[in-house]
Design a binder for this molecule. Structure first.
Ligand code: TMP
Ligand code: MG
Length: 286
């Protein structure tokens, strides 16, 4: 029904079910749709020309705003905890406290760096962050048809907003739940605001934002995009949920993780650096 779903990178546990959901969403129309997406490694590229692209945290980690000593410490954290994040042999219960530990330590280090709000835009401009190919069509189309896009990220809100602003696609239909920086009166980072969002508490994060979902009550169909198994819970706050189609980018440790991704996502995209499939689906259902 959608030729793009025959692309090499696509796998589906149950193509018939995907077809049913797509038909139901198409019949219900764009006024019933909302899109909920993770940011890092879902809307942004995982790699480009064989080199890893940065997450929103990494944009700061690699920037001039961080001392060499702190860079080494952050790199050390990444080398310790990222392999745990993607380890398919450990359970979420085992990983959760370790992920909280990673986020907590990384944020503590960032806060020590006296990062100035005014320098964030330049750090993003000088970074190698890249949205996936086809991002413009994705953001512009959703804006044109007035479908809300919620970006739900365990990254850094101030940084990711700047990425989408500089790409020229921070349209009014985009809303972000993320970790936001708290600056003192002279514009220096002093803490992070509110409850920490890490990769395994997106459900709790969603439930803290009931107002947002209340406003979108009539949008009972959800297209969900993620790259981690923690992203599967991003639609848990949606009211009157009727259909949810979950698309998962499988970027790393593909062979080890394929089975668990196929079980939990409706469509998986293996080593696919583009928005081709989400775009094709959006054009089909709207
Ligand atoms: P998310 O994509 O689910 O929102 O999660 C954010 C990603 O950020 C997750 O894949 C881990 C990564 N990360 C870093 O790259 N550096 C860090 O310091 C931390 C805490 C997370
Ligand atoms: Mg991600």
């Amino acid at each position: 029904m959608i030729p793009m779903l025959s692309k090499n990178s696509v796998s589906m546990r149950d193509p018939k079910r995907v077809e049913q959901i797509l038909t139901s969403m198409r019949n219900a129309g764009p006024s019933t749709l909302q899109v909920i997406s993770d940011f890092d490694m879902t809307l942004t590229r995982f790699a480009h020309n064989g080199k890893r692209c940065p997450t929103s945290h990494n944009i700061l980690d690699n920037s001039k705003l961080i001392s060499e000593d702190c860079k080494a410490k952050l790199k050390n954290l990444l080398d310790t905890y990222y392999p745990i994040e993607i380890d398919s042999t450990r359970s979420v219960e085992e990983k959760l406290p370790l992920m909280v530990e990673w986020w907590t330590k990384a944020h503590e280090l960032l806060v020590q760096q006296k990062i100035s709000k005014d320098h964030l835009a330049l750090a993003v401009r000088e970074s190698e962050a890249m949205l996936r190919d086809g991002y413009q069509q994705f953001f512009d189309h959703l804006h044109q048809i007035s479908v809300p896009l919620l970006i739900f990220s365990a990254g850094i809100g101030d940084v990711l907003e700047e990425v989408i602003r500089q790409a020229g696609v921070f349209h009014p239909n985009v809303k972000v739940f993320s970790n936001y920086m708290d600056f003192d009166e002279s514009g220096v980072l002093q803490a992070f605001k509110g409850e920490l969002i890490h990769i395994y508490n997106k459900r709790e994060g969603a439930l803290l934002n009931t107002e947002h979902f209340k406003e979108l009550q009539s949008r009972y169909n959800v297209l969900l995009l993620g790259d981690s198994l923690g992203d599967l819970n991003m639609a848990d706050g949606v009211m009157n949920l009727q259909n949810v189609l979950k698309i998962g980018y499988l970027n790393d440790k593909v062979d080890e993780r394929r089975e668990s991704y196929l079980k939990s996502y409706d469509i998986i995209l293996e080593k696919d650096e583009t928005m081709d499939v989400p775009n094709a689906i959006l054009f089909y259902i709207t």
